[in-house]
Design a protein around this ligand. Sequence first.
Ligand SMILES: [Zn+2]
Length: 462
Amino acid sequence: MDVTREGVAYRADGQAAIGPGVPGLDAFGQGRLRALVAYGRKVFDLREGFESVRDKRREPKVVPALVAAAVFFCGLLRTRSFNALEPKLREKPFRRLIGAPPDGEVMGSADTLSRALRRMDVATVRRLSVGIVEKAERNKVFREGWHGALHTVAIDGWEPICSYNRHCDRCLVRHVRVEQRDGTIVEQEQYYHRYAVAMLIDERFDMALDIEPLLPHDLRPQGAAKNDEDEGELTAAIRLLRRVKQTYSWLQVVVADGLYPNGPFLTVVKQLRMGAVIIARKDGDEPLKEALSIWGKQPPHEVFDDKKGGERVELWDCRDVTTLSTYDGPIRVVRAVVTDQAQPNKPPHTWCMVATGVAAARLSSRQVLAVGRGRWHIENTGFHQWVTRWYFEHVFVHDAHAILAIFWLFFAGFNLLTLFLYRQLRSYGRDRGRDVTRTISRLIDEMNDDLARLDRSPWDTS
Ligand SMILES: [Zn+2]
């Protein structure tokens, strides 16, 4: 009656059992790492995915497929640097894991990986990660959609890399005022890489969909954000959203934070025939300003107690606001005042959202609120986990091109692991009120133990 090493119980057939006290701890028999590789190989053609990666090196000693596999597992197994990875490249278990011939080519050093990544064809590594998500979609993994049965993508800005010292020729640069030890203020150059990121938001399957670097200010198109030393998140996010919809045509709704409830963004959403749920923060900005004046002192249109969340929620809903002059069409505005019933003396939290397109048409007021609040998935499951549990903020190679190639390989690892966790292990951390991040960390520890014991290739199909 051993429940688990990682908070999940398994039946003898390898499916996780819901509920404690079920025997069959090592149900996969051969370890989780081998099971993960088998899942990637059988369901997602992972081997072929690695083999389709290309780079522009001439006569490379190590083929791009092995470089891609090494970096993919470096991310997945949370190896903190290429220096830490380097000894593993010479060891048999890791060579078996990445499918290197046992006595064949030398895997080389961290430098070999860096050189290959600097010249890697980013489109081919992107295809590896996109291919995993697309295959899952074809297998109907996301069939149920999210609120309103809609497939929803969150878009947000992200800055994983920032430094005063180290930089490359494609770093973004800004001037910041820094207080010295003697109290004087000096202006210093700060170097950073910033991105717009798209993530599928789902009850369980939060998947990394796409990433777009922000360009330097002087490359920005006319009319983009001012006063910043990059082109601005919105400009990059619009490029990103167009590509995301082109890649994943089944996405229906975009959710984003208070930077986005503006005409240019909502117009692109409309052109792409998508809907939007966007957080609105500024009372003085249309269309929220108009909705607030219509609501005036009106009592809430709906009040309900969310027993599960211990909250009382008051909702106001206003359809067909047309006062945002830069957007041609009706906008729905929803306001929610949420009181924590456990702390009635605490001031309530107010949420305002604008909704357009299919999101405005199909979602109830409660659902608009749920989607707006659910935006945290991209910050929590995405950015927070990627920097605290993975090593996205570690500069493996300081080269803008290599960084993007690495992120795509890590995204592929993240997506495969997410699918493996919820489809194969069925350890519903979030659904069942467990700390899902810790559950995943234990799973990774176990996979690292499995690696040490890997005595034959997990890629053998015999
Ligand atoms: Zn840089």
